[in-house]
Design a protein around this ligand. Structure first.
Ligand SMILES: [Zn+2]
Ligand SMILES: [Zn+2]
Length: 117
């Protein structure tokens, strides 16, 4: 419950460790294992999504289709929604008969404003 609430308030794609630290301030007795287990449950129920950046799994409560821009330097993730991009991707992949596509998510890599200066 606390994990879901934290993710709704934090749309900056936190890691499991960041979630654990934040939830622990509210529920001091919670263990890391409990947080990890609950993240798995929320994922299985489709209430949260995971994004992998440089081998690190991050989580988000924003489950409507959207795309990501990732900074190659600090791994900051920015969300952006584009129905056109989703539609286009589905159109491009339409001929892949051996696969039923369930989700399209496009990732763009770059350098964020903070890292550039
Ligand atoms: Zn950056
Ligand atoms: Zn996102």
């Amino acid at each position: 419950m606390a994990i879901g609430e934290f993710l709704e308030d934090n749309l900056n794609h936190p890691t499991a460790d960041e979630i654990y630290k934040a939830v622990k301030t509210k529920l001091p007795r919670i263990t890391k294992a409990t947080v990890y287990k609950n993240l798995k449950v929320l994922l299985a129920e489709g209430l949260i999504k995971e994004v992998n950046v440089k081998g690190i799994t991050r989580f988000e409560a924003k489950i409507d289709p959207h795309h990501h821009i990732i900074c190659k330097n600090c791994t900051k993730i920015i969300d952006f929604a584009s129905q056109e991009l989703t539609d286009f991707a589905l159109q491009v992949i339409r001929d892949q008969k051996n696969f039923k596509i369930q989700l399209t998510e496009t990732i763009f890599y770059g350098i964020c404003k903070n890292c550039e200066s």
